[in-house]
Design a protein around this ligand. Structure first.
Ligand code: NAP
Length: 237
């Protein structure tokens, strides 16, 4: 049984908790929040035994195997790195990081500590995506849609059913568990080099259109609780 810690109690954390209920070999052992009330409410709703009001607490909880980062994206680099350094496996929501430099820092931490790390790209593990990959690899040409794929061939039309019930995030969780079982430190379906390359591409797009994030500006200390654009000064290489 893989024991998960969940960081954050928002919308996507709720969906993760729902999905975990139908994944047989995992459970959420702890949920952590910036404050006690959301952690308490989330734990009560989903039957989670341990609740923390300190984001870093699961790092020193030896009963936790893996951590799902569901905090806002400006926290991802800092949150993921804490747990990787504490030798926890990490599944981190997207956007994986604010830029390629942050993404590289997280990947480096995972590789240095020999921990599994993956960007939570849920759609890549859905039955329709996998079936579409099979169709493309088989040389047939088709159109994809979330629940079925229609393949038009010279012989006619074939509709391939890819439907499923419930929360599709369970396929992503199952992939992480499969990787754990096979001792893989990254998923071949969502590789870390691709995650960094994607962040670099987004950096290039931002540069070309002149989009500047608050984190790109010189760091300023927060003026009031919760108003800091990012939790710490920009990370060093
Ligand atoms: N919702 C989706 O469908 C979806 C899809 C793909 C990716 N994501 C990604 O998942 C992450 C979380 O998204 P979400 O939709 O779950 O967001 P959300 O509903 O706004 O929840 C975010 C959670 O992060 C925690 N948090 C920590 N620092 C915070 C701060 N300064 N301001 C606000 N919240 C803070 C809060 O939990 P505590 O107060 O308990 O700490 C809050 O419940 C984001 O990176 C997002 O891009 C979400």
């Amino acid at each position: 049984m893989i024991r998960w810690g969940v960081v954050g109690t928002g919308e996507i954390a709720t969906r993760f908790a729902q999905a975990m209920k139908v994944v047989g070999d995992g459970e959420i052992a702890a949920v952590t929040s910036l404050s006690a009330d959301p952690a308490m409410a989330c734990a009560d709703t989903h039957g989670i035994g341990t609740r923390y009001d300190d984001y870093a607490a699961p790092a020193i909880d030896s009963s936790i195997d893996a951590v799902y980062i569901a905090s806002p994206h400006f926290r991802h680099e800092a949150d993921a790195t804490i747990f990787l350094r504490a030798t926890k496996h990490v599944l981190c929501e997207k956007p994986f990081a604010l830029d390629a430099a942050q993404a590289r820092n997280v990947v480096t931490a995972a590789r240095e500590h020999g921990e599994f790390l993956m960007k939570a790209m849920r759609s890549r593990f859905l039955p329709s995506y996998r079936t579409l990959g099979d169709v493309v690899r088989s040389g047939r040409i088709g159109d994809d849609c979330p629940m079925s794929i229609t393949v038009h061939t010279f012989e006619g039309e074939e509709v391939i059913d890819c439907s499923f019930e419930g929360e599709g995030m369970r396929f992503e969780i199952a992939e992480v568990h499969r990787c754990f079982g096979e001792g893989l430190l990254e998923s071949p379906t969502m590789p870390l080099d691709e995650t960094v390359a994607f962040a670099a591409m987004m950096d290039e797009i931002r540069a070309q259109i002149g989009l500047v994030y608050p984190v790109d500006l010189p760091w300023q200390p927060p003026t009031r609780a919760g108003s800091a654009p990012h939790p710490a000064p920009p990370s060093s290489p």
